[in-house]
Design a protein around this ligand. Structure first.
Ligand SMILES: Cc1cc2nc3c(=O)[nH]c(=O)nc-3n(C[C@H](O)[C@H](O)[C@H](O)COP(=O)(O)OP(=O)(O)OC[C@H]3O[C@@H](n4cnc5c(N)ncnc54)[C@H](O)[C@@H]3O)c2cc1C
Length: 576
């Protein structure tokens, strides 16, 4: 139930990019909205994505309408949160003369969509021009073509959608898992989820008299359980969509594909570089914050969505493929390997990387005779806003005109902090005023935009607020305090997603203890809880490294890891 005992208009399950944008749209339309996420906003597939607000160049020939929509949506996202966005000028290297004309024609076709996402038309470069622009390229190619794509801080984009929902009246909970759907038979009160064999139809489909009236949820950190009642429940659980439909006795499936990308410890190029992998698939390297990303793979996934791991072969595949155009890329250190599962729609009989990136909204009353449940499946991060708009339209149709008469406004409104970003002079003023390093203020502004001063104002009132806690990024203690107080950060990993603490070359080994201390004090946590969180943070960081390390490097990391995880710490500090 809502705090005042009212039933919500809509309960959104899943706080990935899709669910967060659905909750935002619902709240902006004046619906009484609740959003629950079992881990943290952006902790699912969204947190493993490459962060490109790209225009869908790869579907230009097979699905130009999707390319058009992606370009338009990329432009809308960029306007909503300009402080989170950065330009990635790409170079496509063309290995032989006879391919140049064909590639140029292809890019000329794509150019018509560029304006919608503020990209420039392509330019064809000679071999020497391309090498002057990016000396790290392997010489000997025929020509090169440029392409403009934007990148985004995807963790914050996801968070800001949830935050905006909250600022427009939604109740928003992370670390809150739906364990059951509440299913009501006609003329009955709510009862627990029916198992498929209870649904009365041979296919496990629901009978037309059934209705979802909300969900039972559990706070994963405290263990508390309760019911949330709602007129309409939205299943926005990405690759976990089938698990939630199964809670209502419905048998749906996706064709999930696993994607892996790797993060290098530095920027090895100043531009994005595309390459063909050994199997002919397109992959790319893109400079991102202080690092570089190389990705992605795309393989059918039949495993457990809760335990997705990369393999050493997948990392080799990406590195060896990228070496064909950037011979020295292997000199950089792989600091993290990311693996996620795309929630792609079910299609049979085609290669996995040809599976559509389109999305569908399923109103289960129309499809299965089950009222009160709507599922959003498929799609991409870039088009999350339009996916949310279509989903909220379906919610509004179910609620009827009395409750949902307001139109969608998400294409025109900024996200929190997106209504301005301090320029260079303003950043210098802030650095002087709060006596903090200019570099730290600059990074802060790329996360908080127009709210940068508010973060410093509040955080620097505390003793220690000016301290740089994470030196790789850098991240100020002031920001850590702010995200705990105002952005639902409840664990160290939550702080990482919001601030990038622990995402640099040291992967949190130099800063996680200090951040844990701040978290413990801010939230009044028991020291044992803080230590358990610290260990889980380090294990999570370790998981992203261990699949790639080998030999001496693995042994050294094992020793470091063991030392940190030992209760006395690496220097036996418990005895000091
Ligand atoms: C390697 C890789 C690279 C990619 N790169 C890009 C890119 O550059 N650009 C782009 O546009 N797209 C990209 N994508 C695709 C994009 O990441 C996904 O399409 C998108 O993030 C899916 O978002 P989602 O919200 O639907 O799913 P998710 O982000 O997975 O969110 C679903 C959420 O539901 C929660 N949940 C599950 N069960 C429950 C429950 N019972 N109770 C409460 N909550 C629950 C999960 O914890 C999760 O947070 C990439 C994907 C991969 C794998």
């Amino acid at each position: 139930m809502a705090d005042d005992g009212q039933v919500y208009d809509v309960l959104v399950i899943g706080g990935g990019i899709t669910g967060a944008f659905v909750a935002r749209d619902c709240a902006l339309r004046g619906l009484r909205t609740a959003l629950v996420e079992r881990d943290d906003f952006g902790s699912g597939t969204t947190g493993t994505c490459m962060g490109m607000l790209h225009g869908g160049l790869q579907y230009l020939l097979s699905n130009p309408e999707l390319t058009r929509v992606e370009c338009a949506e990329s432009g809308i996202m960029q306007k909503a949160a300009p402080h989170l966005v950065f330009a990635i000028p790409f170079i496509f290297v063309i290995d032989s003369e006879d391919k140049v004309d064909k590639f140029e024609a292809f890019m000329a076709y794509y150019d018509q969509f560029q304006e919608a996402k503020f990209g420039r038309p392509h330019v064809t470069l000679t071999h020497d021009e391309a090498l002057r622009l990016e000396p790290a390229l392997r010489p000997g190619f025929a020509a090169a073509i440029t392409n403009d794509e934007p990148g985004v801080n995807v963790f914050r984009l996801n968070l800001l959608a949830a935050l905006d929902a909250a600022e427009h009246g939604a109740d928003v909970w992370n670390h809150t898992e739906v364990t059951e759907l509440l299913v009501e038979e006609a003329g009955e009160g709510p009862r627990r989820t029916a198992a498929p064999e209870e649904t009365g139809s041979p296919e496990g489909r629901a009978s037309p008299r059934r209705r979802v009236t909300g969900a039972r949820v559990r706070d994963v950190l405290t263990g508390e359980t309760r019911e949330i009642r709602a007129r309409v429940t939205v299943n926005a659980c990405g690759p976990w969509v089938p698990r939630v439909t199964a809670m209502a006795g419905l048998d749906y499936r996706l064709r999930p594909t696993k994607g892996v990308h790797i993060i290098l410890d530095r920027r090895v190029t100043s531009v994005g570089v595309a390459a063909n992998a050994i199997d002919g698939r397109g992959i790319c390297l893109l400079p991102h914050e202080n690092t570089c990303l190389i990705g992605t793979t795309d393989d059918d996934f039949f495993g457990d969505e809760d335990d997705v791991r990369a393999t050493r072969d997948e990392v080799e595949y990406l590195l060896r493929s990228m070496e064909t155009v950037l011979p020295d890329v292997g000199r950089a250190r792989v600091i993290r390997v990311m693996a996620g599962v795309r929630p792609t729609l079910y299609q049979y009989g085609i290669y996995e990387d040809k599976v559509t990136r389109d999305f569908e909204v399923w109103d289960h009353l129309e499809r299965d005779g089950l009222d009160g449940l709507i599922t959003i499946a498929g799609g991409k991060m870039t088009i999350a806003r339009i996916m949310a708009e279509k989903t909220t339209d379906a919610v509004a149709r179910r609620l009827g005109p009395d409750r949902a008469e307001r139109p969608c406004r998400t294409a025109d409104l900024p996200l929190p902090g997106g209504d301005g970003c301090p320029g260079p002079a303003e950043l210098e003023r802030l650095a002087r005023r709060f006596r903090v390093p200019l570099a730290a203020v600059g990074r802060l502004a790329t996360r908080h935009g127009s709210r940068t001063e508010a973060v410093l104002e509040e955080g620097c009132r505390d003793p220690g607020g000016r301290r740089v806690v994470c030196t790789c990024e850098p991240v100020l203690e002031a920001e850590i305090r702010y995200v705990i107080r105002h952005e639902f950060a409840r664990t160290l990993s939550d702080i990482r997603r919001r601030t990038r603490l622990g995402m640099g070359p040291c992967q949190g080994f130099g800063c996680s203890e200090q951040a844990a201390a701040v978290l413990g004090l801010e939230r009044g946590l028991d020291p044992a809880v803080v230590l358990a969180d610290l260990e889980s943070f380090r294990q999570e960081r370790w998981k992203g490294q261990v699949c790639w390390l080998a030999g001496e490097q693995l042994r050294q990391q094992e020793v470091t890891q063991g030392a940190w995880l030992h209760p006395e710490g690496p220097e036996g500090r418990a005895h000091r």
